[in-house]
Structure formats: C-alpha cells, structure tokens
Design a protein around this ligand. Structure first.
Ligand code: GDG
Length: 468
C-alpha cells in the first residue's frame, strides 16, 4: 500500500489513543487514513520563528508522523493573514469588496509555498501519494513538480471556487490557476464549484474538458471532480449520546424554561451570514410578537482570524446588532439572543444541537458547511429538530430536505423560522430521516476513501503518464 503524505496549512497533531474525541472530524478522518497508510502530515506548526530555518519538527504517535515547520513573522503576515485570508478567502467567497490585492501578499504566498515544497521534499518517497489541502497551498503541486517530484499529487479545495467573472479580477489569476494543472486530481466540494473551475479552464485557458470532466494537459490527464466532504458520523452520534452531551442538553433546556431554541454555530466569519441571521431573527420577533417571549437564539461564534480588519469589523457589527435586538425585545427575565464568543468541547456542542428545535445555518457562501450535517446527526430521530439551511452552502446540494432559504432575504429566513416552529412532527420525522441518510452514507470516511482512490488512479479513464 502506498504511503500518504497529507499537506495542509496547519497540522492537527493526533491525540494519544483514547483522546481522539477531542479533535475535529476532519483531523480524525485524516489521521485514520494516515494510520492506515503509515503516513505523514506536514504543515505549519502555528509557531513563529525569527528567521526561517526549514527545521522539521517530527513527532510520531501510533503510526502517524507529523512534520511541522515554523514560519517567520513576515511569512505569517503576507502568506497567511495576507494572501490566504485577505485575498483568496474573500474572493473565493464572492466578496470582491473585501478582497485586497497587494504585491507583497502574492510574493509572500509564493515564497511560503516554496518553503513548504523545500521542507516536505526530503520526506517524499517514490511510491507516496501526496494530498494537498486548501487555498493556502494552490501552487504547491507545481513547485514540487519543479523539484522533480513525479508522484501522484492531489489537491482538495475546502472553499467554493468563484465564477470566472470574479476570478479574473485577481491579478495573475492565470499564473495561479495554471499552476494547479500540475496536480493529478483536483477535488471540489460540489458540482457547482467544479463547474465554475471547468468553465474558467475552458474560457480563460482555452483548454478542452472531456465529457467525464477530465482535462488533458501537457501529456497528462487531470481528474477534476466533486468530493463532498462529510462528518465523522459514528463519532458524532456517539458523542451526541455521551454523558457530557446529555449534561449540556439538560443544562440548556433547563435554562430556557420551555422556550423553543434555535442554534447557530459558526466561526466568527463574514461568510457565515451572521449579521443577516440576527436581522432575520429580529424581524421574526417583530412580526410575531406573541411568539417573541417563546423563542431564544443561541449563537456560538468562536472568534477567528482576529488579526484581519474585516474580522474585527464583523465582531463589532454583531455586538451592535445583538445589543439592538436584545434591547428591543428583551424582558426583565428574558433575553432573545444569547451570543457567545467562545468554543465548546465537541460533545457539549452535540448536546446543544440536540436541545435545539431549529438549526439555523445561513452562510452567504460556504464550500460545504459541516455544522448543518452535525446538527442533523445530533438529533433525536423520534423528535428531530428542523434544519434551516442557506441555498448558498455546498451542503444544500445534498441536504435538499432542509428548509432551504435565501440568507440575504430577512423575510425568507424569518418565514422559514415560523414554518419550522409550526412543522408537524410527522413532517419533521420524514425530512429528518432523509437528511440523516445522506449525512450517514456520505460521511468523512467515504469522502476520504473516494479521494484517495482517485489519487491512486482507480476508476479514472486513462492513465496519468508520469512527466519526465
Ligand atoms: C471550511 C469550509 C467546509 C465551531 N464552533 C465550535 C466548533 N466548531 C466546529 C464545527 C464544525 C467546524 O468547526 C466548522 O466547520 P464548517 O464546515 O462549518 O466551516 P469552516 O470552519 O469554514 O470550514 C467549509 C469545511 O472547511 C470542511 O471542508 O465545510 O465550507 O469553509 O465541525 O462543529 N467545534 C467545537 N467547539 C465550538 O465551539 N468543538
């Protein structure tokens, strides 16, 4: 069996056996694949060093090896806070108004990608499969090729891929996308993002796409495909039934004293549509004043990327909106929005999801959105809650039995809340059953195995002759 080399911006160091529940689903899935393949996970340690030295910090836990490097402050500024989070992230989430183009960011991005390539190079053996993750590392495959790596290399993009008309606003977009054609497999979350990528490739690069979605380029065949990511279903359901989850469930239920609970769980990010969600909830409270004291919105929003100005702004904006809505609709013994800027252990989170009558997942744009799937998995199938889901989340293409909404329309979301509250139990059950089947069958293990199979070259028409 080939070894697997996973490369991502950050490495989630596996916990010792028995403590796996403390990790996110993606880390669990990748770690188990790495264990099966005796693999290595390479990336940035998250630490700063005064001057880059390429020193590899290797750790081995069970059969998984992690290898990390430290980056210097300029790298972190230009590559991570800069090009990744101030240029590509907003652009890929259709926010060209927030997209910053700075030559130093672009240079820093290429420099750090080259540093990643140099550092990981000595770890790659001839039969290894190399799996690169996300928008931080788009040119990494081509840099590895330049250094003579002939292995199969794949990329999975966790974010959306923007329409060509938006992407062309990025200076040197041809260079960035051109570099991606050195991968053997390019994976997207959904057919929609895949379609936008293929459209760009045809229109801007003049390449032809075969009927099966493959692209012939420079004597090689590139597989571009959708691989919708899922959650670690088994782990999540087990967590939702744990003592910690039950305690969290009861704690929340007791605190709301019979009110209906709506829950939102999101990194504090402008792509998640939190401001619009709060406004919609405010509209609901205003339109249905008789229900206003009977509902509560619990919004868990751990801060992220606090070094970037647009993230500081969204934080201020949400604090203002929360204050405004609570000021208008609270009573002496009741506050409609509980807005919490911190994270909770996964099992507690599962208990909160289970206690919520409505899951509000309303991003303006999202590659997939795992919270929607976690909410479904955490429900009691006898008395399931209702998922209200943005049509602009990748998950909406699979979770078609949710109440799909336009998150920009506060009327639409407000009415969906009303519909969810009124939904008869039989309809809740039948919708939940179908949602659950999708979440269970297309879980993270399925996603990972499908990608690794494609990377291995299984099930693809035509071989990928290795480049000399
Ligand atoms: C990117 C893409 C894609 C959140 N708060 C807490 C907590 N979380 C966990 C959730 C969930 C994860 O973080 C968030 O995943 P999402 O998928 O919702 O969103 P992104 O972070 O933007 O992820 C996205 C994903 O990559 C995977 O490909 O789906 O589209 O943007 O698992 O539960 N976890 C804990 N405490 C919290 O308070 N423990």
């Amino acid at each position: 069996m080939s070894r697997l080399i996973v490369i991502s911006n950050r490495v989630s160091v596996p916990k010792a056996a028995g403590a796996a529940g403390a990790q996110g689903g993606l880390a669990v899935a990748l770690n188990s694949a790495l264990r099966e393949h005796r693999g290595i996970w390479f990336g940035w340690s998250g630490q700063e060093t005064e001057e880059f030295n390429g020193h590899l910090n290797m750790q081995r836990i069970d059969d998984v090896t992690t290898a990390t490097i430290d980056l210097e402050p300029q790298d972190i500024d230009e590559y991570y806070n800069g090009y990744a989070n101030r240029t590509l992230w907003p652009l890929f989430h259709y926010r060209i108004d927030l997209t910053e183009y700075d030559r130093n960011f672009g240079e820093g991005y290429e420099r750090v990608n080259a540093r990643f390539a140099d550092s990981v190079l000595p770890l790659i053996e001839p039969d290894d499969l190399v799996w690169v993750h996300d928008y931080h590392l788009l040119p990494l495959g081509s840099m590895l090729r330049q250094k003579g790596v002939k292995n199969r290399i794949g990329l999975f993009l966790h974010t959306p891929w923007p329409p060509a008309r938006l992407l062309v606003s990025l200076p040197f977009h041809e260079r960035l996308v051109g570099s991606m054609l050195e991968y053997d497999v390019i994976g997207f979350q959904t057919e929609e993002w895949l379609g936008s990528f293929l459209h760009y490739v045809e229109k801007e690069m003049g390449l032809s796409v075969n009927k099966d979605g493959t692209i012939d380029y420079d004597g090689r065949r590139i597989v571009a495909r959708a691989f919708p990511i899922g959650i670690d279903y088994e782990e999540f359901v087990e967590g939702a039934e744990s003592a910690e989850a039950l305690e969290a469930y009861e704690h929340l239920k007791a605190s709301v004293r019979g009110r209906k609970v709506m829950i939102g769980v999101d990194r504090l990010d402008y792509s998640k549509g939190l401001g619009e969600r709060f406004e919609s909830f405010g509209r609901f409270l205003g339109d249905y004043t008789d229900l206003a004291s009977k509902v509560v919105l619990l919004q868990i929003a751990p801060p992220s990327r606090g070094d970037v100005a647009s993230y500081q702004q969204i934080r201020e904006d949400l604090e203002r909106k929360t204050g405004h809505i609570n000021g208008a609709h609270a009573d002496v013994a009741f506050v409609p929005i509980r807005y919490v800027n911190r994270g909770y252990p996964r099992r507690q989170l599962a208990g909160f999801y289970r206690a919520a009558d409505i899951g509000l997942v309303t991003p303006l744009r999202d590659g997939m959105n795992l919270v929607a799937k976690e909410y479904v998995a955490a429900q009691n199938p006898e008395y399931p809650g209702v998922l209200v889901l943005s049509q602009f989340a990748g998950a909406a293409l699979q979770l078609t039995d949710a109440l799909l909404v336009n998150p920009h329309s506060i009327e639409d979301v407000s009415e969906a809340i009303k519909r969810a509250l009124d939904m008869p139990l039989a309809e809740r059950r039948s919708r939940h059953e179908k949602l659950l089947a999708s979440v269970r069958d297309e879980d993270v293990v399925f996603w990972r195995d499908e990608f690794v199979k494609a990377l291995f070259g299984e099930g693809t028409s035509g071989t990928s002759p290795q480049k000399e």
